[in-house]
Design a protein around this ligand. Sequence first.
Ligand SMILES: [Zn+2]
Length: 481
Amino acid sequence: MSEFEPVIGVEIHVQLSTNTKMFCGCELSFGDPPNTHTCPVCLAHPGVLPVVNEEAVRRALMIGLALGCEIAPRSIFHRKNYFYPDLPKAYQVSQFDIPICGRGEFVAIREDGSELRVGITRAHLEEDAAKLTHLGGRRAGAEESVVDFNRGGTPLVEIVTEPDLRSASDAVTFLRQLRQTLLFLGVSDCSMEEGSMRADANVSIRPVGTHEFGTKTELKNMNSFRFLERGMDAEIARQEEILRDGGRVSQETVHYEPETGHITSLRSKEESHDYRYFPEPDLVPVAPDPAWVDQLRDDLPELPLSLRRRMVDDMGLSAEDALVLTESPELVAYFMEAAALADPKACANWIRGELRAQLREAGTEPWESKVTPAHVAALVDLLAIGTVSVPAAKEVLAGMIETGDEPAAVVEAKGLAQMDESDLAGVIAAIVEANPDQAQQLRDGKDKVMGFFVGQAMKQTGGRADPQAVQKLVRELVLGS
Ligand SMILES: [Zn+2]
C-alpha cells in the first residue's frame, strides 16, 4: 500500500465536427493537402473580422447540458496571447472568466458497477491552432518544422474537470465514458488517433489522509487512453520517488514516451497570467436565447448512463451487458430494436456474444451486417419455443450472416429444425445399443459419460437434437428413470 494518494484532474479538447471553422467559412477537413482550407480570417490578415459559428455554439451548449453544467446567459471571448508559429494572430480566441458552460458533474460507472462522480469545472469554446509537424527529429532537435493551417480555427470545446480522480484507471474510465457520451451527442468524432479528442492530465500526489494539494505536473497530449493511463502511472511513480528521496516536485509539463516508459520534461509551466488575457473586441458576447437552450435540453438524445441504468433496472441485463451494449449509438439502437421484439436478456446475449464473435472474423459490426435486429429477435423466439437447439441456432446465425434471410428460412433451407421427441427416441435407442460399454458406465454412476451420448446425438442429427431432450431419453432408456 502506497503512503501517497494521487490527485488527478483532466482537460479534454474536443474538435467539433461542424462543416466550417469557428470564426470563418472555411471547410473543416482531415487529411486534405496542407493549407488548402484557409482564408484571410484564419490566416490572420490585417483588418479581417471573425464571426461566431452558430452550430459550434449549439454543440457546446449540448455538451454543457449533457454534463449538467450551468449555462451562462452571457459569455464572452478573450484573446489568449502567445507567440508560436501555429498561431498566425499571435493569440488564440478562447474563453476565460465567463465560459459558456460553468460547473457540472459527470457520473461514470466503474467495471465493478460502482459510481465515479467527477466534477466539471467548466466547458468553453475556443479555436484550434494550426498543425505543426517537426521533420527529422522531435521539437528542438528537428531539422525543420512545417505548418498546416487547415486545422487552424477548428472549433474546440475544452472541458476541464475538478481534481476529483484518485487513480489513473479511474481517470481513463471517466475519459472513455465521457468520449462515449460525446459520440452519442454526435458533436465530434472524438478520434484520439486523428487528434479530434485530446486529453491532458494534471497529476499530483499527497500523503494519504492529508487534504492539501501537492505540486502538479501536466501530462500532455497522449493519443490513446492506454498510453495516457500508463503515462499517469509512470508520472505518479516518478513523483513518489522524488518525495521519498526528500525532494520537491516542480511544476512543469511532462511527456510520456510509450517506447521507453520514461517521463521527460518539456518546459516549465507558464503561469496563466503570462497569456495576458483580454476581452476580444471583435466579437459580441454569446447570449443564447433561454428558449433555445430549453429546446436543446429537451432534444438531447438518451445518454449512455441513463441507457445503462434502464438496461439493468428495467430490462434485466447485467452491468457488464449494459457497458458493452452502450459502446456506440449504433450498437444501442440495434440492441433496442431487437429487445423491443423479444426477450431483452436473450437478445443481449446473442448480440454481444455469438453475433459479434461471428462477425468479428469478417471485420463487420452488427448494424453493418445483413442480419437485422428483427431477425435476431426472431432467432431468439425460435430458441425459446424450441424450434432450434442452441448449437443449431449458431449455425442458423451463420446462415443469416451469409444470406440476410430470416432465421425461419435458414432453418428450413439447412434442415436445422429440432427433431421432435419421437424421431429423436429412435436415434437415441440406436446410439445406446451401439455403445453398451458407455451405457454400463452410466449405470455404474459415471455421469460424465452423458457428454458422450449428447455428442453422438448431435453428430448423428447434425445438431438438430435438444441436448436436454437427449439426456432425458438416454436416462429413460439406460436407467429406466
Ligand atoms: Zn478561414
